[in-house]
Design a protein around this ligand. Sequence first.
Ligand code: 3PG
Length: 334
Amino acid sequence: MGLIRTIWPSPFEVDKTAYFETLENALFMKILVATEKPFAKAAVDGIRKIVEDAGYEFALLEKYTDKADLLAAVKDVDGLIIRSDKVTAEVVDAAEKLKIVVRAGAGYDNVDLAACTAKGIVVMNTPGQNSNAVAELVVCMMIYMSRNQLTPEAGKEVSGKRLGIQAYGNVGRIVARYGKGLGMKVAAYDPFVAPAVFEADGVEMVDSLDKLYETSDFLSLHIPATDQTRKSIGYDLLTKMPKGAVLVNTARKEVIDEEGLIKAMEERPDLKYITDIAADSQALMNEKFGKRVFATSKKMGAQTAEANINAGLAAANQIVDFFKTGNRKFQVNK
Ligand code: 3PG
């Protein structure tokens, strides 16, 4: 066993044949599922089965509150499945044998890609696997705010209103479909998506972000947190929104310029904000804006049994496939 461990090559450095021969010889792999926010039991059972059927060892670390627990758990693992768990340079450093990290989900801003790449660790995500759950939460959030957080005060219907979608990826496309199903007028902005995609979906393609904000009664965010998008949604865009508009955030808190959001909401008492990721200044916002804001207690867009099973099993299959065949289809640190 020690020999297998010591002869393990970096997948970035070796000749393919030698690499696969080594993989074939590597009979023992330890795969850790580390989820501060646990998967549904059915997903964990399914992951365990995939890992054990492949002849590998399964390990589980759930609901950890101390980073030290994660650092200790990753020490001897070959593969790691995570959710929003932070794989920092410190974690990468502690994981002496790690070869692959799969983020069971879409966004991988929680993984230090540079640190992984430097150590030859492959990082993957499981795009699309939890999208439906997030899209359903967007529908829930729009209606929740339109009905004054389910209080008896007369609310508004979403039907007939304009829904703007910022970023038309896996989640955005499903949100568009559900919005149309609710009788909303749906438009989207995504400079990285071909016009034919919008055309096929019967969704209006808007050619500027300003225009999307100006024309959306509900604006749903689906951008990842990157150097380009961090703090990109703030005062200027928000004050362009029509009277009574609602900003729905199931993406990342980092894309919001919180000072700008607060300023816009102070100046515009009609604006509302609902988020699946509490803002850093959420307590202040709750105090200032009352029922005009709402944040879930924990990020729960992808927290359904179905999404957990889809993303968790996909992650386990991707790891096994990587070790058995070298498949890197979903690698994000190329
Ligand atoms: C994602 O990027 O896939 C979602 O934000 C889900 O995150 P979670 O797995 O932590 O719920």
